[in-house]
Ligand binder design. Structure first.
Ligand code: GTP
Ligand code: MG
Ligand code: ZN
Length: 329
């Protein structure tokens, strides 16, 4: 996989598209980052926890409301706030966002999760059982943002000596595509040093199914009980949706944003070409199809079908791509 470097034009296009989709930051009224004196740490209900960035109270948290004319703010947003009462503040302006990661809810409404990110870290685990399609959905969303993904398999302490074929298969697929894949155990602390190395000086949001151990990873990396951890349900080994809102944590020399686990990751409405963009190998082979408007199903001269036949593209990835397209109809 070639590393994607974005041209200025692409960056502008991504910013424009995000503005349309989330309908949130108005870059005409938003202020520059340098004018901000706070960062949104968490947003719950009508209130936000804002980290004070300047002055004698720097690093402490103030509970804020936001002015009604501002769009909905999310974890990671840089803001300008003013003292309201003794204990609370009011957010009066927001900085232009570098980017915003979000998902579509069941009604197709796009919901922002976190802003101003360097990495999105996709967490999956030995239990609950991982799904290739969920990881692929995240990869599509991340490629739309022009960000680099990191993949983490957590709970390797639970790997049985045999019968890990599903997981081995997933790891090998993503490694072959060139994605960085880390195998870790938040419980035992294995594999975390390499992961930490990647995260240095960056802001990273952790995403994935409920129960995979996102909050546990943050606690382990932070050497402290920062985030609440929940048990898996006894019957189904599924997560129990313990984290309910995104929250930013400062760790040694990097920031991590915990996010609520999800069952389905909705992508919202996208063009087939945009989905294809998130499947690096499909995207690459598609340029060699005989017909420019090839749907890659049964057309003669389809380079993707040929690559599947020759074992150069994994059939499961193509199925996953088709499932995503199907879910948008
Ligand atoms: N065996 C094992 N269990 C782990 C590991 N990491 C986390 N767990 C357990 O997995 C369960 C879920 O962990 P959480 O950290 O709450 O998972 P989460 O991804 O934050 O879940 P949500 O907040 O619901 O999205 C807890 O019982 C953890 O103790 C690990 O490396 N090994
Ligand atoms: Mg959690
Ligand atoms: Zn084709």
């Amino acid at each position: 996989m070639s590393k994607r470097r974005l041209s200025e034009q692409q960056k502008t296009r991504i910013a424009e598209k995000q503005k349309q989709e989330f309908g949130e930051v108005d870059n005409n009224t938003a202020i520059v980052e340098e004018k901000c004196n706070g960062r949104v740490i968490s947003h719950f209900g009508q209130q936000l926890d804002v980290e004070i960035l300047l002055g004698e109270n720097a690093h402490s948290i103030i509970r804020c409301h936001q002015r009604a004319n501002l769009p909905s703010l999310v974890t990671g947003d840089l803001v300008l706030w003013e003292q309201d009462t003794d204990e609370t503040g009011v957010i009066v302006a927001q900085a232009v966002r570098k980017n915003v990661f979000g998902r579509a809810d069941a009604q197709g409404q796009l919901k922002a999760v976190a802003a101003n990110l360097d990495f999105v870290l996709i967490v999956f685990a030995v239990v609950p059982e991982p799904y290739l399609n969920l990881v692929d959905r995240y990869l599509v969303a991340i490629s739309q943002l022009g960000l680099e993904p990191l993949l983490v398999l957590n709970k390797v302490d639970l790997l049985a000596a045999e019968s890990n074929t599903g997981i081995d298969n997933m790891l090998s697929i993503y490694r072959k595509l060139g994605y960085p894949v880390f195998e870790v155990s938040a419980l035992q602390g294995t594999g975390l040093a390499e992961l930490e190395d990647q995260l240095k000086s960056r802001t990273t949001v952790l995403v994935g199914q409920s129960g995979v151990g996102k909050s546990s990873l943050i606690n382990r990396l932070g050497l402290d009980q920062l985030a609440e951890v929940g048990d898996l349900s006894d019957s189904k080994y599924k997560g129990t949706h313990t984290t309910t809102t995104a929250r930013l944590f400062h760790l040694r020399n990097f920031d991590l944003i915990d996010s609520p686990g999800i069952r389905e990751f909705g992508l919202g409405k996208m063009e087939p070409a945009e989905v294809l963009n998130g499947f690096v190998e499909l995207d690459e082979f598609s340029t060699r199809c005989k017909f420019r408007d090839c749907s890659h199903n049964a057309e003669p001269g389809c380079a993707i079908q040929a690559a599947i036949d020759h074992g150069e593209i994994h059939g499961e990835r193509f199925e996953s791509y088709q499932r995503i397209l199907g879910s948008m109809e």
